[in-house]
Structures are given as structure tokens and as C-alpha cells.
Design a protein around this ligand. Sequence first.
Ligand SMILES: NC(=O)C1=CN([C@@H]2O[C@H](COP(=O)(O)OP(=O)(O)OC[C@H]3O[C@@H](n4cnc5c(N)ncnc54)[C@H](O)[C@@H]3O)[C@@H](O)[C@H]2O)C=CC1
Ligand SMILES: O=CC(=O)O
Length: 213
Amino acid sequence: MFLILGALRRLNVPMTTLREGNWRGHAPPPLGRDPEGKTLGILGLGGIGQNLKRKAEAFSMRIIYHSRSKLSEHVAGNAEYVTFEDLLARSDVISINIPLNADTRHLISTREFQQMKDGVVLVNTARGAILDEGALVKALDSGKVASVGLDVYEDEPNIHPGLKANPHAILLPHMGTWSVETQAAMEEKTIANVRRALETGSLRDIVPEQACL
Ligand SMILES: NC(=O)C1=CN([C@@H]2O[C@H](COP(=O)(O)OP(=O)(O)OC[C@H]3O[C@@H](n4cnc5c(N)ncnc54)[C@H](O)[C@@H]3O)[C@@H](O)[C@H]2O)C=CC1
Ligand SMILES: O=CC(=O)O
């Protein structure tokens, strides 16, 4: 949600110029856009996608989603299930929340960027290689993508120089779980799982190594 709001408001430019001692920069900073009424396309309405949906609804965003299958109304609520192509074509903001695997590597590349709205905002907190970073840099430089918020990269910790050079990219060093609460929850879950393994011999929620890219 932070990256969605920051990218919509194009906050990277004023945050940078302010620190350089240059109040609002040499020219007025680019005008941002508000979330209200914008269509948020969530790619992957799983655990994180559903959590994001609830938060985005509080900002009066209209939610569409594409997942492996249409989810029950109990889970999806008012969010509309659409095809992958419709999600690309109809979203003002796209959030990537699917796992990386052989099917999703470079799922979004040149052809997919062409199908998006002009000035789309893109956020990826899932895995870097779902996006073709070379194609993303071209889409950003051309203005097709107005701004991007990234927590993950194709070749971490290396970041494509075109992303670092682009003023409309908000970049974080893969820190989605880096909060006191989430770290505590992860520790508790790990301890419970070790106990479970000692008592029953089986583990829960362990992702096969090759799927955990
Ligand atoms: N930046 C960070 O620190 C973190 C990143 N992640 C990433 O976020 C991803 C999502 O996490 P969760 O929501 O917990 O996973 P999840 O497994 O609960 O949800 C993933 C959803 O994506 C859907 N999906 C899978 N392949 C798809 C495809 N090809 N097209 C459309 N939908 C597809 C699944 O049906 C599922 O609903 C994780 O795989 C992980 O890579 C997760 C935690 C922290
Ligand atoms: O990227 C982090 C994760 O927990 O997955």
C-alpha cells in the first residue's frame, strides 16, 4: 500500500530534491494522482493480495483481480474476477502478488506493457523476475508506465541501472516482512513448526526449495 500510494503521488522526486536541500526541486514536482476511484488490478488474490484488497478498499479503489481461478464471493467480496489480459488493459494500478515459477518468469514483458493503459502505475512486492526489468525500464522511460514501486529485483541485490536512474521508481531493498510484528509472527510460526515436527514428524507450510525462488 505504501508503494502504491507513493508511486501514485510520484513521491520519489520531491523526497529526493528535499534531501538535496532543494525545496520542491528546480521545477514544480510532477503532479501525483489520488487513489480514490482508480482501478487496482491485483495479480494473485492469495494471502497478500487479499490483505492488500482490504486496505485498498479503504482508499475507495475499485478492485479487479486475476488469480489461477475465480474465488468465492466470501473471499473476493466486491472484487471483480477478470482475465489476465483484461487486468492489464483496465488497471490504473497493477500490483503483482503471485509466486515466481517457470510459468510466471517474465510474465510481464514488452507485449504486456503495450496492453496496459498509458500512465499505468506498477508495484511488485512478489519476486523480481516476474517482471522483465529491461522492458520495464523502457516502459518507464517512454512514460507508458508513469511510476513504479519495487521491493524485489531480478538479480538481487543488484538493481538494473535504468531503474536507479529513473526518478519515478520508488525502490526498497526487499523488506516486505521487515517489521517488528511480522518478524515476531515468523519466529512464532517457526517455533510452532519445530514443535510440530518433534511431536508429529511433519512440517506445515514448507515451500519446496525449487518453488522458493
Ligand atoms: N517482498 C517480500 O518481502 C515478500 C514477498 N512475498 C512474495 O509474495 C508472493 C505472494 O505471497 P502470498 O500472497 O503469501 O502467496 P499465496 O500463495 O497466498 O498467493 C499467491 C496467489 O497467486 C495465485 N497465482 C499463482 N500463480 C498465478 C498465475 N500464474 N496467475 C495468476 N495467479 C496466480 C495463487 O492462486 C494464489 O492465490 C510470494 O510468492 C512471495 O514471492 C511474500 C512475502 C514477503
Ligand atoms: O520475500 C520474502 C518472503 O517471505 O517470501
